[in-house]
Design a protein around this ligand. Structure first.
Ligand SMILES: *[C@@H]1O[C@H](CO)[C@@H](O)[C@H](O)[C@H]1NC(C)=O
Ligand SMILES: *[C@@H]1O[C@H](CO)[C@@H](O)[C@H](O)[C@H]1NC(C)=O
Length: 285
């Protein structure tokens, strides 16, 4: 349902000869068709092709977690390539990534005057993250922004969160590799320390250095976590250690649909893979 303009991939990625259209009358000519799961999942039968060009690749594109991806079974035996935040997708399209700096650069921590923040719009009382928060807030003050809480305009997001020492990067559901903009943008781009709730620590460590975040699983209880955060907030030297990696590595948020389209084009130009993703529903769950 969101509108955007495809970009020139030569300019943003150095990849020539990419052409995109939303005009479905091109479907017999196209080298590939990208299908965004969220936009078709309520009416998957509309996807069933009449005639289908044999060499044309169909790409299943999804950035939501399995918990929020209905009707996966209708996607079986239709697609040739997958594109998602999962590392084992054909086209790996994460929410963020680290760039290695050519020269180490000192990172300056934004001035801190506040303790813990959380931005949440999808408030599900029975979700793991809300239950965890309910326990945590008994032991430490947490400022909450978002729908039904303190409002926070988009252009105030980063400057507001930058004032906090810690950010609760709590995912809406727990799945392998499902590490979203909550970590990459809200916490890391803002220059605060993410406290993560999501997949296990070793999964986060495939994306980030171990000392870039605090994992709720590192503590026996929310009370222990609160105690640790309070201690750390009083210990400037120790707090600084959570930023040392940033001399070498720069976190980058991958955002915008246009960039992801260019990732598809790059893949199609460099890899020729002939395959059918038969059991997509089984793989993605
Ligand atoms: C995209 O950018 C390249 C390099 O700047 C340019 O040569 C090309 O004409 C542009 N293509 C379109 C469709 O604008
Ligand atoms: C893509 O998948 C379809 C549907 O399963 C299959 O018929 C077709 O041969 C596959 N094409 C390629 C290029 O792998």
């Amino acid at each position: 349902g969101q509108r955007f303009r495809p970009q020139n991939c030569s300019v943003i990625y150095g990849i020539p000869n990419c052409r995109f259209t939303t005009d479905h009358s091109w479907h017999m000519e196209a080298d590939a068709i990208i299908v965004h799961h969220k936009d078709v999942s309520s009416r998957p039968r509309r996807l069933l092709p009449g005639a289908r060009v044999p060499a044309q690749r169909w790409i299943w594109f999804n950035l939501e977690s399995p918990s929020h991806s209905p009707n996966l079974r209708a996607m079986n035996n239709l697609f040739n390539l997958t594109m998602s935040y999962r590392r084992d997708s054909d086209i790996f399209s994460p929410y963020g990534e680290l760039q290695v700096l050519e020269q180490p650069q000192p990172f300056s921590i934004p001035p801190k005057s506040k303790l813990v923040a959380w931005v949440v719009s999808n408030w599900q009382t029975r979700s793991r993250r809300v239950k965890y928060y309910q326990e945590l807030k008994r032991h430490i003050t947490v400022d909450i922004y978002g729908r039904n809480h303190q409002p926070l305009a988009r252009d105030r997001l980063l400057p507001t969160l930058a004032q906090y020492k810690f950010y609760l990067a709590f995912e809406n559901s727990q799945h392998e590799d499902y590490i979203t903009e909550k970590v990459w943008r809200n916490a890391l781009s803002a220059g605060t320390v993410p406290v993560v709730l999501g997949p296990p620590r070793d999964n986060y460590e495939r994306f980030l250095p171990p000392d870039a975040f605090i994992h709720v699983d590192d503590f026996a209880s929310a009370r222990d976590l609160a105690r640790y955060l309070l201690e750390l907030s009083e210990d400037a030297e120790r707090y600084k250690r959570y930023f040392e990696w940033r001399q070498w590595l720069k976190p980058v948020v991958v955002s915008g649909w246009a960039v992801r389209l260019c990732q598809v084009c790059r893949f199609l130009q460099t890899e020729t893979r002939y395959q059918v993703v038969a059991k997509l529903s089984k793989w993605f769950l």
